[in-house]
Write a protein that binds this ligand. Structure first.
Ligand code: YSA
Length: 357
């Protein structure tokens, strides 16, 4: 495609044929742009012809000039037409690609479902709502004070070992250590500090423990805290509430055990266990009950008078009960799931079994 001003109008005709063929062969936007640069661009072949006109003898200048200018106009029009052609072809192919074949069978959309732990949590909260407890939530990143100290577990107290803790590097005002709450009990303090009696709340939420996992222990789990404070609240109220809850969740047939336990923030302390579903009795090799025949689902007790007093309640006038239950354990018992680790291993074959339950 070389050309210069000494080309005669006849030479230009033959070059024009070459250029038009090249334009017609340019199959996409990029090739067309390349053609424009090489023919009509600042250093393009035809531009070179026009630039060199002044060097021609006067008798050739006029005819070559007219022919070259006319050719430039024509080629510009050809260029525009080719660009339009390519745009239309691209649009047509896009439309063809996106065309819907209405005769094809429809693709079934898979319905999602609530996670089994969420389903169980909702059932637990429904049961407590029916018994008059309001649902409130609290932070997962907690202060040492609320998670431990105000619950009568001071620094260096051996009871802290019951709750292996994820500590955070950040601190607040350079003083108070922050942690991932190990239980929902800190919400007892937050709520008591901010409210007057009577109190009747259920607090659902995630808790974290730095401990090895096994069939009944996860490093992240869900608890529901229960707190009732008023004049005249007794251990009988706690027992009645927990037994009613167990009846609603597990039915009247299921055996439920209430036994003594220890937590620094209650006096007395109890725990509740439900009979093992995974072995017929107390089988020594059972990973669910470890041969005890029972799976513990919650800790509870009468709120310690010192806990009440520290929040400004008169312990001579007010008493209360509290409980903290493991939602995953309750879901295991309800559905006969033998390993807690299934819940968060993201295996859809496991999770889909709970759709529509
Ligand atoms: C006790 C007295 C009260 O007045 C109020 C609450 C409590 C419970 C106390 N805050 C607590 O966390 N006790 S606990 O360590 O025994 O946990 C309570 C329940 O959470 C357990 O019974 C169990 O069901 C569940 N749980 C505990 N650690 C777990 C777990 N579930 C799964 N994985 C773990 N690692």
């Amino acid at each position: 495609m070389t050309a210069d001003a000494s080309d005669s109008p006849a030479d230009l005709d033959s070059l024009a044929r070459e250029w038009r063929a090249a334009l017609a062969a340019a199959g996409d936007e990029e090739a067309v742009e390349e053609w424009r640069r090489s023919v009509l661009g600042r250093s393009g072949a035809l531009t070179g012809v026009l630039r060199g006109l002044s060097a021609l003898p006067a008798d050739q200048r006029r005819a070559t000039g007219q022919a070259a200018n006319a050719l430039k106009r024509d080629l510009e029009a050809d260029l525009e037409a080719r660009q339009e052609e390519l745009r239309a072809a691209a649009l047509a192919s896009q439309l063809a690609e996106g065309a819907v074949d209405v005769t094809l069978p429809g693709r079934r959309r898979r319905r999602g479902g609530l996670h089994p732990v969420t389903q169980t949590l909702q059932e637990i909260l429904d049961a407590f709502t029916r018994m008059g407890f309001a649902t409130v939530e609290g932070p997962e990143v907690e202060l040492d004070d609320y998670n431990f100290t105000r619950l009568r577990i001071p620094e260096d107290h051996p009871a802290r070992d019951m709750w292996d803790t994820f500590w955070l590097d950040e601190d607040v005002d350079g003083e108070q250590p922050l942690l991932l709450r190990t239980h929902t009990s800190p919400m007892q303090i937050r709520y008591l500090d901010a409210h007057e009696p009577p109190v009747r709340i259920a607090v659902p939420g995630r808790c974290y423990r730095y401990e090895a996992t096994d069939a009944t222990h996860e490093w992240m789990m869900t608890q529901v805290e229960l707190l009732a404070v008023d004049e005249g609240v007794s251990l009988a109220d706690l027992k009645g509430t927990l037994l009613e809850f167990a009846r609603q969740l597990f039915g009247v047939e299921r055996r439920v055990l209430l036994r003594h336990s220890y937590f620094p923030f209650v006096e007395p302390g109890v725990e509740v266990a439900v009979d093992c579903f995974a072995c017929p009795g107390a089988e020594t090799g059972c990973a669910v009950c470890r041969g005890s025949g029972w799976l513990e689902i919650l800790g509870a007790g009468m709120v310690h008078p010192e806990v009440l007093a520290a929040s400004g309640y008169d312990p001579g006038r007010y008493t209360g009960f509290a409980a903290g239950m493991g939602v995953e354990r309750i879901a295991m018992l309800r559905h006969g799931i033998e390993d807690i680790r299934y819940f968060y291993s993201n295996d859809l074959r496991f999770l889909r079994q709970f759709q529509g339950v």
